[in-house]
Design a protein around this ligand. Structure first.
Ligand SMILES: [Zn+2]
Length: 378
């Protein structure tokens, strides 16, 4: 058994996922390293200091620059970036549909132009699985289309039907690749992705169909792409009960600390989001008393750490005043310290969530955490 459901509180799940690269305690926040590095000059050595359990890399980005074939030749992504813990790779689908210049979506896959050099590339379910197999990630994501949140019903129905056919092809191709002699990670796991925009009935029907494929995990995709938070929670309320409870559930691309607390309550156990690293690069840091903008004048003489009692590499040594100075002077260290603090904040919050679930105190923890973050400082 790969996923152990250790405890539940309402719909919230406390789990343990066993992989070939080690155990993942859930709920977990995966730290996003787009091109096999967390933006903000954060190394895999740093990740070990800030409680990172899973690193997430982007298939599309690694395919168009440096190339998955070269990475395979060099021993795979784990060896390449010197990280021996779990790695999740996305399918490339989201970037193909959002970043690249799409030429055409066909049954076989998608033709698009690389955003780096404009070169024409074809990617379908088989290509996405081959690229992720070359990278050798722990968890590979299915190749899907993420329709816009506010797309018309007919478009979403057709798109979801194709995503289902693509998922079957992903599963077959992954099984084939895992059986080859020269495959780097022969135990690569495939997660399916639920789609359907904000149409709950389409999503529920899709969830039932993909659940029958008995994949090692399931994601809810196509959220946090323009719909309101209330719509997102409504989708989760309706759809998560139709995904297997004895498998990990992953909410893709979400979100703020409040989004995560609300979604854990609705049964999600994997998360990823660029917010902590992106905000950190802009001097915005998370604390238990709300978010601070370190560029603010009021931190000029503030010799306190970003957060009292925080064990991150920034707070253990440096003051708000010094980090503000670094940010103003455009020194890379300022950015780096903010990103390290923010990821540590997220990873620590997930640890607190797991402890609260273990103790049967999640509801109380969530209420107090939200109240404290909303109240702000002083
Ligand atoms: Zn800190």
């Amino acid at each position: 058994m790969k996923y152990e459901l250790l405890k539940t509180e309402g719909k919230a799940k406390r789990g343990r996922f066993h992989t070939v690269h080690g155990v993942i305690e859930t709920p977990v926040f995966m730290n996003v390293g787009t091109v096999a590095a967390i933006k903000g000059a954060v190394s895999t050595d740093d990740l070990r200091q800030i409680k990172t359990q899973v690193e997430l890399s982007n298939t599309y980005h690694l395919h168009v620059r440096t190339g998955d074939k070269l990475i395979k030749e060099l021993g795979g992504l784990h060896k390449f970036m010197a990280w021996d813990k779990p790695i999740l790779t996305d399918s490339g689908g989201f970037q193909v549909f959002s970043l690249a210049g799409i030429r055409k979506i066909k049954e076989e896959g998608v033709t698009f132009n690389s955003h780096i050099d404009g070169r024409k590339i074809f990617m379908g379910p088989e290509e996405s699985m081959q690229i992720q197999s070359n990278l050798g990630s722990t968890i590979a994501m299915a190749f899907d289309e993420c329709p816009p949140a506010l797309a018309e019903r007919k478009y979403v129905e057709d798109s979801v039907a194709r995503t289902t056919r693509w998922l079957n092809r992903c599963k077959a191709e992954m099984a084939r690749l895992n059986s080859l002699d020269d495959t780097i990670n022969k135990e690569q796991l495939l997660f399916g992705i639920n789609q359907g925009a904000v149409y709950n009935d389409i999503r529920i029907e899709h969830a039932k169909i993909i659940s029958e494929l008995d994949l090692p995990g399931y994601a809810v995709g196509g959220l946090a792409v323009g719909e309101s938070h209330e719509q997102m929670y409504d989708v989760l309320d309706h759809v998560v009960p139709y995904l297997p409870q004895n498998k990990p559930t992953y909410l893709m691309g979400v979100g703020t600390p409040a989004n995560i607390l609300e979604s854990v309550e609705r049964g999600i156990d994997f998360f990823d989001c660029v917010y902590p690293s992106r905000n950190g690069r802009h001097g915005h840091v998370y604390t238990n008393h709300g978010k601070l903008n370190l560029f603010n004048q009021k931190f000029e003489k503030d010799m306190r750490p970003i957060e009292e009692g925080c064990g991150c590499p920034a707070c253990r040594t440096y003051s708000r005043a010094y980090i503000r100075h670094l940010l103003k002077a455009k020194e890379m260290l300022g950015m780096r310290l903010c990103v390290l603090h923010n990821l540590y904040f997220y990873n620590t919050m997930m640890e607190e969530i797991r402890d609260a679930l273990d103790a049967g105190m999640f509801a109380t923890y969530k209420k107090n955490k939200l109240a404290s973050m909303e109240a702000g400082e002083e």
